[in-house]
Design a protein around this ligand. Structure first.
Ligand code: PEP
Ligand code: MN
Length: 332
């Protein structure tokens, strides 16, 4: 249950209500907002005089639910806004990992000439094997910082654990919580304590309920700037890396008020399939796409098989424009 409290309540009464319903106060400069477990459906009549409105829910998807806020929430990424009533769909391209200044310069130059807003690349890589490239870590953040300064592109980069979260949050324009970290409460907590946009990728073994509940941790901790990213789930299928769950996207669009980004690259795991999937993703009419590209994909230090060359990406981009138009979107 979400409770909007009247401003003139005494501190003592507020405490009493919090204790009675085991409620948490959400940081908000506009209103006093309390949130409880969804098991509570209503407030006692003795408290009604202190309450402006209250909302009850079937389950613990509350702040992200359209039953609470029916309109799309907006998230602003370096002066550009996605979500809300706007038509923007952000094409976020870039390599899997920051590998060198040169690799990032080449990519940034290419994206800048095409007029894009953002670039992605991981510097702390949560790899499945300890023997794979783990990222350039702090050195990579410095490269990303140079790129932001030189090309004025928004930096989308992943936080791998809570120990470097503060540092990474400072560097990033969008903090990516990777699929493997979706349940990491240290990361979720740090991300709730900033106002930077947070893009949460769906854990590949998580239900939509669990995915959105991860977002609830960030929202209820005080950060409203949350974006969901569907990147595919594990199924019995082995011919593709994951199975891109577009049904979940239809569900999220209908029930959830957060912006949604789709990642066809990690879902497919192979470059040949990414353009077709990306077009299908664009047709879903969501708020953005995440696509891995690399100056020389075959030499990439991580996810080499799925990254597109600049040429292929450019052709894909041209083919996405009419699809975006058809669903009322504009690529930024
Ligand atoms: C990535 O974006 O490079 C990545 C590791 O993605 P995911 O967390 O979805 O596997
Ligand atoms: Mn990757």
């Amino acid at each position: 249950m979400i409770i909007h409290i009247r401003k003139n309540i005494s501190e003592k009464k507020l405490q009493e209500i919090k204790e009675k319903y085991n409620a948490k106060q959400i940081l908000s400069d506009k209103q006093i907002v309390l949130i409880t477990s969804s098991a509570y459906k209503t407030v006692g009549t003795e408290y009604l005089q202190y309450i402006e409105s209250h909302y009850s829910f079937d389950n613990d998807i509350q702040l992200a639910s359209r039953e609470y806020i029916s309109q799309n929430r907006e998230v602003t990424i370096k002066h550009k806004t996605i979500g809300g009533n706007g038509e923007n769909t952000m094409l976020i391209a870039g390599p899997c990992a920051v590998e060198s200044q040169e690799q990032m310069e080449q990519t940034a130059q290419f994206l800048k000439t095409k007029g894009f807003t953002a670039i992605r690349a991981g510097s702390f890589k949560p790899r499945t094997s300890p023997y794979s490239f783990q990222g350039l870590e702090k050195e990579g953040l410095k490269i990303l910082s140079n790129i932001r300064e030189k090309y004025d592109l928004a930096i989308v980069t992943e936080v791998k654990d809570a120990t470097h979260a503060d540092l990474l949050i400072d560097f990033a324009d969008v903090v990516q919580i990777g699929a493997k970290s979706m349940y990491d409460h240290g990361i979720l907590k740090k991300c709730s304590q900033t106002q930077k946009p947070i893009m949460i990728k769906r854990g590949f073994g998580s239900t939509v309920q669990e995915f959105v509940q991860a977002a609830e941790f960030v929202l209820s901790g005080g950060n409203n700037n949350v974006i969901l990213c569907e990147r595919g789930i594990r199924t019995f299928e082995t011919k593709t890396r994951f199975t891109l769950d577009l049904c979940s996207v239809a569900y999220l669009k209908n029930h959830i008020n957060l912006p949604i980004i789709l990642d066809p690259s990690h879902a497919m795991g192979a470059a040949y399939g990414v353009p077709d999937l990306a077009r299908a993703c664009m047709a879903m009419g969501t708020d953005g796409l995440l696509i891995e590209i690399h100056p020389t994909p075959k030499n990439a230090k991580s996810d080499a098989a799925q990254q597109l060359s600049f040429d292929t990406f450019d052709k894909l981009y041209q083919s996405l424009i009419p699809i975006a138009n058809a669903v009322g979107k504009k690529i930024i």
